[in-house]
Ligand binder design. Structure first.
Ligand code: NCD
Length: 318
């Protein structure tokens, strides 16, 4: 694997290998006082963020540091990007300095792919516009695998702003590859055009099912193994997609009463940042059904696994 840009064409064996490595790293670090492996000593990882982030950026940094890489963080606002430097020149500058891997987040869909065509460093997509966020999908899959054992035949209901969500796009592709069935619940205005055909691509027939779509959360929850709540991405909305936050919450918020509609074993996920009280009630976030803190924890191990597979695994095999 040279880059990690999308989950769309990740083969099942690659996904399983990444999740297995993440699990092994988690076990290896469990209870250790000093969380430092020598695996990436002498390697330089640059995080290049053109959009805000708490979890993704910090967990890439921690992942790199726990494997002894040198990690450099660049934000657009504090860099020469603010002086007008292009993405291409920024990338070439980082490559010239000897970066081995660039982790990029950018508001433009496709930015990570462009970057990968300009530089010879490894590129990881940490979120490009509304397009893809592959490490989020991997950490969600890792969390679901831990909680549910397998994803094969499981029904995952994704709720909310699917239209603007790279998390939803990455998860739909990855979870279908792992054998899950995806049901989307959203107001019609927050569903992308043609969403009914997602998951139907070439070779999908033998390994997955097309997504199903509905607008009623109460009828969807009883048959669900996992419910993934999405943030309403106000920063990407230009216009009224729903009447008010209160009305959105009444129809699509995961309340305590709705939590009771889920089967006993069902898991609640949210990629964060959460809008508590709107998308998800305080008590639901804090309930034992919610695996939100586990998602964040697994995010570090999954990102360690991705860095390992990109930067160290081939070398080790050789
Ligand atoms: C998500 C993102 O940035 O795409 N957050 C994350 O990475 N954990 C989801 C969001 O911002 O709503």
């Amino acid at each position: 694997m040279r880059h990690l840009l999308t989950t769309t064409d990740l083969p099942r064996e690659t996904v399983t290998a990444l999740l297995d490595t993440a699990e092994a790293l988690k076990q290896a670090l469990l209870g250790r006082e000093v969380r430092k492996l020598p695996t990436l000593r002498g390697r330089t990882v640059v995080t290049l963020f053109y959009e805000n982030s708490t979890r993704t950026r910090a967990s890439f940094e921690i992942a790199g540091k726990w494997m002894s890489a040198d990690v450099v963080n660049i934000s657009a606002s504090g860099s020469s990007v603010a002086k007008g430097e292009s993405l291409r020149d920024t990338a070439l500058t980082l490559a010239a300095m000897g970066a081995d891997c660039v982790v990029i987040r950018h508001p433009a869909s496709g930015a990570a792919h462009r970057l990968a065509s300009w530089v010879s460093t490894h590129v990881i997509n940490a979120g490009d516009g509304t397009h893809q966020h592959p490490t989020q999908a991997l950490l969600d899959a890792a969390t679901l695998r831990e909680r549910l054992g397998t994803l094969n035949g499981r029904i995952v209901t994704i709720v909310g702003d699917v239209l603007h969500s790279r998390v939803a796009r990455s998860n739909i592709e990855l979870l279908i590859t792992l054998g899950a069935r995806i049901h989307l619940v959203a107001p019609p205005t927050l569903l992308p055009w043609g969403v009914q055909n997602w998951g139907k691509g070439p070779n999908r027939e033998e390994r997955g099912w097309p997504v199903t779509v509905g607008h009623d959360l109460d009828t969807a929850l009883p048959g669900t193994d996992a419910v993934m709540m999405l943030r309403v991405q106000a920063e990407r909305m230009h216009g009224g997609f729903f009447p008010s936050a209160r009305e959105y919450s009444i129809s699509y918020g995961l309340t305590e009463a709705r939590l009771r509609l889920l089967p006993e074993h069902a898991v609640v996920l949210h990629p964060g940042p959460m809008l508590r009280g709107m998308e998800i009630a305080h008590s639901v976030v804090d309930s034992p059904r919610a695996a939100i803190a586990e998602q964040v924890r697994n995010g570090v191990h999954v990102r360690m696994a991705v860095l390992y597979h990109l930067l160290a695994a081939q070398e080790e095999q050789a």
